[in-house]
Design a protein around this ligand. Structure first.
Ligand SMILES: C[S@@+](CC[C@H](N)C(=O)[O-])C[C@H]1O[C@@H](n2cnc3c(N)ncnc32)[C@H](O)[C@@H]1O
Length: 218
């Protein structure tokens, strides 16, 4: 076990919730396109030929990548892998899966042009460690693009709903925090530049309002 792995909890694959979540994220990928397609097209449009994605799940973001893109998928949940491969085949993506966490990425320093992640920093066990790993592997001009759901304002109705639902949501979605302050984490992570929108995008998934989307440069 490497030093880095020792610093973080290992990802626990769950044989019941894992396959259910894999099915869920595969099945709703079309609806996620309705919710976030426009933002994702803008964020991913200038991606490089090789892309690293943290927590790609069932592959909802592959439809926005150019055919022939090499995608290095950092996906510790082995139950996602079958759907990930199926989606890669559908969109002509050259997929390389690494069953490791975003906190323990084993790619070399300053080696990657483009890292993306959507709805993942809410779930990783140690988001700061994960963001530090993303920064470490990015080339000096490399970009990290993201969409995340974040903690609502204190004493707001959305905040109340997030806190109320947190426990069962966290259990069902294998570690997702409805009320994590990912916006502050990213702002103070030490990127040389970061552009971030914070917005309320209303949908039936009320606990995951508000959201942030943006682009950070190492
Ligand atoms: C809510 S799903 C989002 C999936 C996909 N990004 C999407 O937008 O549909 C969260 C994903 O993060 C993955 N994940 C959980 N913990 C992780 C970690 N420590 N490092 C990397 N990925 C992780 C999960 O296995 C899951 O695929």
């Amino acid at each position: 076990m490497t030093e880095l792995k020792k610093m973080n909890k290992e990802f626990e694959n769950n044989n019941v919730r894992g396959p259910i979540n894999s099915w869920f994220f595969y099945t709703i990928s079309g609806y996620m396109d309705v919710l976030w397609g426009k933002s994702k097209k803008e964020l991913f449009q200038d991606h490089s030929g090789t892309v690293v994605e943290i927590g790609p799940g069932a592959g909802a973001n592959m439809r926005y990548l150019k055919r022939g893109t090499k995608l290095i998928a950092i996906e510790p949940n082995i139950h996602m892998h079958k759907n990930l491969r199926k989606t890669a085949k559908k969109y002509g993506i050259h997929l390389y899966i690494k069953s490791i966490t975003g906190e323990t990425i084993d790619l070399p320093d300053s080696s990657v042009d483009f890292v993306m992640s959507t709805l993942v920093l809410c779930t990783v066990d140690n988001p700061l460690q994960c963001v530090n790993q993303i920064k470490r592997i990015l080339k000096p001009t490399g970009q990290f693009v993201f969409i995340e759901h974040v903690k609502a304002r204190e004493n707001s109705i959305l905040g109340f709903i997030q806190n109320l639902i947190h426990k069962p949501w966290h259990w069902f979605f294998e570690g997702c925090h409805t009320n994590r302050d990912t916006a502050s984490l990213l702002e103070s992570a030490g990127f040389s530049s970061i552009v971030m929108d914070k917005y309320n995008h209303y949908s039936p998934f009320i606990p995951i309002i508000p959201q942030i989307r943006g682009r950070a440069v190492k």
